[in-house]
Design a binder for this molecule. Structure first.
Ligand SMILES: Cc1cc2nc3c(=O)[nH]c(=O)nc-3n(C[C@H](O)[C@H](O)[C@H](O)COP(=O)(O)OP(=O)(O)OC[C@H]3O[C@@H](n4cnc5c(N)ncnc54)[C@H](O)[C@@H]3O)c2cc1C
Length: 322
C-alpha cells in the first residue's frame, strides 16, 4: 500500500508527497509579513546550543522558534559509557528537550523530507506516524552524524555501536551476559573469548568506553565471579593511527595511553579491523582476535538525511555553504 500523507491541520489525506505539499502551501501558508519562523532540526549538542542562544537573543514577539528531534530528550553522549557499565542510569544523562523550550515549540518527530526551495520540512510524528509540514524562514540543520562502517557488512552486523541510550543498554546487557557465560564454562579458551572486549576506534567514544568496560568487568569479576580467572580478561583498543585521542594534543593522548595500559588495556596502534564474525575480529596486520564483544567507534559519516538534500554537497555528503 502506498504511503498516505495526513495533514494534521485539517485531517485531509493525500496519496503523494507532492499533493500534500501543494495543499500545505495553498491552504496553510501563513502571511509572509507575520513572525519570522526559525526551524531547528535535531536536539543534540548543536541544536540545543542554537536553541538556547536564539531564545536569549531574539524577541518572541517577532520570531517563532520550533525544534524537531526524534527523541524528546537531550542526550549527554560523553557519559553513555557510564550507562553501558551500569555506573549511571539513562535518566542521569538525559534532559527533556521541553525543559529548554522557554518560548520555542517542540515536536518529537523524525524529519522525513526537506524542501529547500519551498522552505518546507515534512516531519513524521513519533506517536502516530502522521506527517506534518512545517514552514520556515531560517533552517538550522543539526541532526548529527551516522555511524560509518565503511561499507563493511560483517563488521556492521557483528559489532555494538555506542551512540544512543538503546546502544548503551544493549552493551550493558551483553557485558553482563558474557560474564555470566564465562563464569559457567570450564574451558580457559572459551572463558578468554567471552571475556575479550575489543573496541575499534581510539577517539573520545572508544577511549571512554574501553575505560568504563575495563573497570566494570574487572571490578565485577573480583567482587562477584569466583569461577572467573582474572587473567582471562582481555581488553583491547584498536587505533588506526599511531596515537590515541587525536582530538586532543599528543601529550594528553599519551597520558591516556599510559593510564589505560596500567589498568590492563592492550592498545594496538596502526591497524584497522577488516573483518568480524560472531566470535572473532580480524585486523589488517593478520591478527585474529577471538572475541564475542566487538564495539564499534570507528568513525562517523554525514547523516543520511543531510546527504539526501537537493543542494550542493562535498564528496562526503556534507552541505556546502558559503
Ligand atoms: C560515547 C561517546 C562519547 C563522546 N565523548 C565526547 C567527548 O568527551 N567530548 C566531545 O567533544 N565529544 C564527544 N563525543 C562526540 C559528541 O557526542 C558529538 O560530537 C556531538 O554529539 C555532536 O553534536 P550534534 O548536535 O552535531 O549531534 P548529536 O548530538 O548526535 O544530535 C543530533 C540530534 O538529532 C537527532 N536526529 C538525527 N536525525 C534525525 C532526524 N532525521 N529527525 C529528527 N531528529 C534527528 C538525534 O536524535 C539527536 O538528538 C562523544 C560521542 C559518543 C558517542
Amino acid at each position: 500500500m502506498s504511503q498516505l500523507y495526513n495533514c494534521v491541520q485539517c485531517d485531509l489525506k493525500f496519496d503523494s508527497k507532492k499533493k500534500f505539499e501543494a495543499h500545505v502551501i495553498f491552504s496553510h501558508k501563513t502571511d509572509s509579513t507575520s513572525k519570522k519562523k526559525i526551524l531547528i532540526l535535531g536536539g543534540g549538542f548543536g541544536g540545543m546550543h542554537v536553541l538556547k542562544e536564539l531564545q536569549k537573543k531574539l524577541d518572541a514577539k517577532n520570531t517563532s522558534i520550533t525544534i524537531v528531534s526524534d527523541n524528546n530528550y537531550f542526550l549527554f553522549t560523553p557519559m553513555l559509557p557510564e550507562v553501558a557499565s551500569g555506573m549511571l542510569n539513562p535518566r542521569d544523562i538525559t534532559t527533556p528537550i521541553r525543559e529548554f523550550c522557554t518560548s520555542a515549540k517542540f515536536y518529537q518527530a523524525t524529519v522525513f523530507s526537506v524542501d529547500l526551495q519551498q522552505r518546507l520540512v515534512t516531519i513524521t510524528r513519533k506517536f502516530d506516524g502522521k506527517n506534518h509540514a512545517l514552514e520556515y524562514d531560517y533552517l538550522v540543520l543539526a541532526v548529527g552524524s551516522d555511524n560509518n562502517f565503511y561499507g563493511n557488512k560483517p563488521i556492521e552486523e557483528n559489532s555494538f555501536p555506542i551512540k544512543t541510550v538503546e546502544d548503551a543498554i544493549e552493551l550493558r546487557n551483553q557485558t553482563l551476559s558474557m560474564m555470566e557465560i564465562a563464569a559457567q564454562t570450564g574451558s580457559i579458551e572459551l572463558q578468554q573469548k567471552f571475556l575479550t572486549f575489543t573496541v575499534v576506534g581510539a577517539g573520545f567514544a572508544g577511549v571512554e568506553i574501553i575505560g568504563e568496560i575495563n573497570h566494570f568487568v574487572r571490578k565485577s569479576v573480583k567482587q562477584a565471579y569466583p569461577t572467573i580467572n582474572e587473567n582471562n580478561i582481555n581488553m583491547i583498543l584498536i587505533s588506526s593511527k599511531n596515537e590515541i585521542l587525536p582530538e586532543l594534543n599528543y601529550k594528553l593522548g599519551e597520558s591516556a595511553r599510559s593510564y589505560l595500559k596500567k589498568m590492563g588495556v592492550r592498545i594496538i596502534s596502526n591497524v584497522k579491523a577488516i573483518d568480524a564474525g560472531e566470535s572473532h575480529v580480524e585486523l589488517s596486520d593478520g591478527e585474529i582476535i577471538p572475541c564475542t564483544t566487538l564495539i564499534w567507534t570507528g568513525g562517523v559519516t554525514t547523516n543520511s538525511m543531510i546527504k539526501s538534500l537537493i543542494c550542493e554537497h562535498d564528496k562526503g555528503g556534507k552541505v556546502l555553504v558559503g
